[in-house]
Design a protein around this ligand. Structure first.
Ligand code: ATP
Ligand code: MG
Length: 581
């Protein structure tokens, strides 16, 4: 029998944890430690130049694993020279502070150089998923009125060439040739030639903490993606959360599996580890269970940050595969993006020897807000507790007012007291929508949750996804987690289906693990299993099998699409739908 709490003892911590409850904290102290005043504050300078000027200059900043090429390692000193060149190159093109640079590339060195070089130049940068189709790329470039696009030759030919006319804001397209060759596409600049013309001296651009730095689009799970705007000062959150939520220590090898097209791949795939001066692993390839285990083993990853969907895929691949590898250096695993089913937390402990630590945040929050830090006991299924410097509350809307709920275990909307440094500063082109996210000094997340008596937060569902059935408020997560406990279930997505009698009935979509076949007997067995766990009022009334569930490119189950398809309604914005969904 599994306990409700995974207790941590000193033996579970291989290093002194960075965060223990009750420790003093202030944002001013974090700013002091980074040593940059608000009027001279730049993410890239803090992430790279600070280390390149000191004893970490020759340390590997990024180790880039490739698909069809040799792996590449960039030291902090090399990254400094490359990002200086990139910034100077932008200057030479007349691109300056506040101008918008888009990057459309796989996880290869020029992507990282372009993001950090743009930041160094004071330009506002947006990395996009390279798998986006031409339409979503053009829409985003259009909304942002981007002046510069950095991409690869293959992506240019497949996705940009035909659209170029429709992108009048684009003044410069910088193209990375394939396989190290020069690119010679008319009307574009060859990345390597352009870089080699620019000096690698310090571009000496000054930015302020409240200058815009990054424009990041949300995942599009609930509707059309929104462009969240972030400032340089967000680095204070990235630094603090890298320390407290991810427990980064000086000698760590850190692997964040997210693509920079999703905010996690920027805040934690680029900024946070570099601020800490550690070595980051970047893998160009897409998910592959065997490859991932091999990377964890061979690269001696010590801190690993991934997502529930990846963990569920590893679970689906079976424990035998995991047991062929050894991870003696791995000491901390964290996950974000979707609710992490208790089953997944336990799988980590039982198969990898380490539980998975869930944490919660959003594109809008810019960095981790609620987390399970290494020294905390884990309550599987809970997102953890607010990080130092973060005040999270459960609120309810009453007669037009927003009222905090003081008692524990009451459901309500998850809200954050404004004032953390990485808070977004707007939705591009949607001012009213931005203002609607706030009530007095509270940011309203749109997620429903509850806080227990020990201060742990439990995710219930997105406000849009919560099911109202016969007077019950049902969170899809609870139902999905119960289904996941059944050995046949690889993944589950749960929706509310309108019903004349009870308002909505619970319908589940389930994909199976290898070795299980869909069929009436299994369908009834799964419904029976859920009834036993949840009671008849909450368990699904209907259950359908699907080979895979539709997902966003950042790996989230798109319940709105399951619902639209079930009801025969328009499918809405599908720009972030993963291929095959
Ligand atoms: P969109 O806003 O376009 O619908 P999105 O909300 O999925 O997309 P992101 O900003 O990438 O875009 O995701 C943030 C959301 O992901 C949160 O609001 C929450 O619903 C979900 N989420 C993130 N982490 C967790 C977690 N640990 N547990 C439960 N849900 C999580
Ligand atoms: Mg959202």
């Amino acid at each position: 029998m599994r306990d409700a709490v995974i207790r941590k003892t000193a033996a579970d911590l291989r290093v002194e944890p960075n965060w223990v409850e009750g420790q003093a904290f202030s944002w001013a102290a974090v700013a002091d430690e980074l040593g940059a005043p608000a009027n001279d504050f730049n993410i890239a300078r803090l992430a790279i130049d600070r280390h390149a000027a000191g004893p970490r200059a020759q340390r590997i900043a990024l180790r880039l694993l490739r698909v069809d090429a040799e792996e590449q390692a960039l030291s902090y000193a090399e990254l400094q020279r490359l990002t200086n060149r990139f910034a100077n190159g932008l200057r030479a093109l007349g691109i300056g502070a506040g101008d918008r640079v888009f990057v459309l590339a796989g996880r290869i060195a020029p992507l990282y150089v372009a993001v950090l070089g743009s930041l160094k130049n004071g330009s506002v940068v947006t990395p996009l998923f390279s798998a986006f189709g031409p339409e979503p790329i053009a829409t985003r470039i259009g909304i942002a009125q981007a002046q510069v696009l950095v991409t690869t030759e293959a992506l240019y030919r497949r996705k940009i060439e035909k659209m170029r006319e429709q992108l009048p804001s684009l003044q410069h397209v910088i193209v990375v040739g394939e396989g190290g060759t020069a690119s010679a596409i008319r009307g574009t600049l060859d990345y390597h030639a352009w870089m080699s013309r620019a000096p690698d001296s310090d571009p000496a651009v000054r930015t302020r903490a409240d200058d815009l730095a990054l424009l990041h689009f949300t995942s599009g799970t609930t509707g059309t993606p929104k462009g969240a705007m972030h400032v340089h000062g967000a680095a204070l959150t990235h630094f603090a959360t890298g320390r407290f939520a991810l427990d980064l220590h000086d000698d760590d090898v850190f692997w964040c599996t997210a693509d920079p097209g999703w905010v996690t791949g920027t805040s934690y795939g680029i900024v946070a580890p570099l601020l800490h001066g550690v070595t980051s692993i970047v893998d160009e390839a897409e998910f592959d269970a065997e490859r991932w285990y091999r990377i964890l083993q061979e690269q001696e990853v010590s801190v690993w940050y991934t997502a529930p969907t990846a963990i569920r895929m590893l679970m689906k691949a079976g424990p035998e595969l995991a047991r062929r590898y050894r991870f003696p250096k791995l000491r901390f695993i964290a996950s974000v993006g979707e609710p992490l089913n208790p089953e997944a937390v336990w799988w980590g402990k039982e198969v990898l020897g380490l539980p998975i630590h869930d944490n919660w945040w959003q594109t809008e929050t810019g960095g981790i807000m609620i987390s399970n830090a290494p020294a905390m006991d884990i309550k599987p299924g809970s997102m953890g507790k607010p990080l130092p410097g973060v005040e999270a509350l459960i609120v309810r809307r009453q007669d037009g007012a927003v009222v905090p709920v003081e008692q524990p275990d009451v459901e309500g909307e998850l809200a954050l007291r404004t004032g953390w440094p990485a808070m977004f500063r707007g939705y591009l082109g949607q001012e009213e929508r931005y203002h609607k996210c706030f009530a007095d000094d509270l940011y309203l997340s749109g997620d429903l949750a509850r806080r227990d008596a020990d201060g742990y937060f439990w995710f219930i569902g997105r406000a849009d996804d919560v099911i109202k059935s016969a007077g019950h408020l049902i969170g899809p997560f609870e139902v999905e987690s119960a289904l996941m406990e059944h050995p046949a279930v690889a993944e589950a997505g749960v929706i509310g289906k309108p019903d004349a009698m009870v308002g909505e009935i619970v319908k589940a979509f389930v994909s199976l693990k290898p070795g299980f076949e869909p069929g009436e007997a299994l369908r009834l067995e799964l419904i029976g299993h859920a009834r036993k766990r949840l009671g008849a009022a909450v368990a699904p009334k209907e259950l359908a099998f699907q080979a895979t569930l539709p997902r966003t490119r950042s790996g989230k189950i798109m319940r709105r699409l399951l619902k639209a398809r079930e009801l025969g309604l328009p499918e809405g914005d599908l720009s972030t739908l993963e291929a095959g969904g």
